[in-house]
Design a binder for this molecule. Structure first.
Ligand code: C2E
Ligand code: CA
Ligand code: CA
Ligand code: CA
Length: 278
């Protein structure tokens, strides 16, 4: 809405010259945020809809800005992607999660944590080395991580993405295709990529209530995922009715406000899946 747009403009207006003082100033702000500890790691639970697995989580970034308060990622991630700075943010998030998973008892609380990668990360030839160094520092396994890559990031340069994903899979990371259904990926690529999971974009999940084809898209995506041997996750599960419909459609996992909003990482370990969760 108008409010959201206004705050985006206050932070960064891409219509202005990208070499302008404003760009430099936001980049400076982001550097400072990283150096002065203004970034916050949030975790959102991801629960099994069918019997079996326990709780997983997705890592989501927030910026606790000294003047602006808690800034959501859509107000600085796109900018960070444009400038390439996002690679520092990715490594920060990954390291925070590794540190959490390295603590004793953490593995009993969470099966696996998903971390979002951007297009820029996929193009960094040293990504796998950098992640490996962090794993070694905290003595955690790659298998405790799922790396989420959007369909559009893959389709940006499918061949390079494929090579990178093969390398990450070999290293032991689980891989997920995020925002599935929004990025026009070809099914031929999907079959070739070493991915474990499809994440149905929340626009389709939220649209299930209003008819108009979204429920059919969700159902077909679940079938497609299962036919390819992949786990399928629905995001944007905002109420109990949606959760039950997805469960009945054989969707494997759910994430959304009905289960829990993203919360500061230290609160996550005190959180318990409610009666609605599997
Ligand atoms: P995403 O990866 O698709 O993450 C899911 C987004 O959906 C999150 O928004 C989450 O809070 C929101 N969400 C979860 N459940 C519900 C629900 O039931 N209803 C609705 N309406 N929304 C729900 P958030 O945290 O604002 O993040 C937005 C996007 O910013 C993410 O979308 C991702 O693309 C990007 N992002 C966030 N953290 C990172 C990060 O560490 N690295 C990168 N590269 N991108 C990030
Ligand atoms: Ca994601
Ligand atoms: Ca998503
Ligand atoms: Ca998204």
């Amino acid at each position: 809405g108008a409010k959201k747009r206004l705050s985006v403009v206050l932070l960064y207006d891409p219509a202005l010259d990208s070499s302008s003082a404003q760009t430099l100033s936001l980049l400076g702000d982001l550097r400072r945020a990283l150096e002065h500890g203004e970034l916050r790691l949030y975790l959102q639970p991801k629960v099994a809809l069918q019997a079996g697995d326990g709780v997983a989580a997705e890592a989501l970034l927030r910026w606790q800005h000294p003047q602006r308060g808690l800034v959501p990622p859509m107000e600085f991630i796109p900018f960070a992607e444009q400038t390439g700075f996002v690679r520092h943010l990715t490594l920060w998030v990954f390291e925070q999660v590794a540190a959490l998973l390295g603590q004793s008892g953490a593995r009993e609380m969470v099966l696996r944590v998903s971390v979002n990668l951007s297009t820029r990360d996929l193009l960094d030839p040293d990504l796998s080395l950098r992640l490996g160094a962090i794993l070694a520092r905290y003595a955690v396994d790659a298998g405790s991580f799922c790396l989420e890559i959007t369909e559009s990031a893959i389709m940006d340069d499918p061949q390079r993405a494929e090579a990178m994903l093969n390398r990450l899979a070999q290293q032991g990371f689980k891989l997920s295709i995020d925002d599935f259904g929004t990025g026009y990926s070809s099914l031929a690529y999907l079959k070739r990529l070493p991915v474990n999971e499809l994440k149905i974009d929340k626009s389709f999940v939220l649209g299930m209530q209003s008819g108009g084809g979204d429920a059919q898209i969700v159902r077909s995506t679940i079938d497609l995922a299962h036919n390819l041997g992949l786990t399928v996750v629905a995001e944007g599960v905002e109420d109990a009715a949606l959760m039950e419909r997805l469960r009945a459609m054989a969707c494997d996992e759910a994430q959304g406000y009905h289960i829990s909003r993203p919360m500061p990482a230290d609160q996550f370990f005190g959180w318990h899946a409610g009666p609605g969760a599997a």
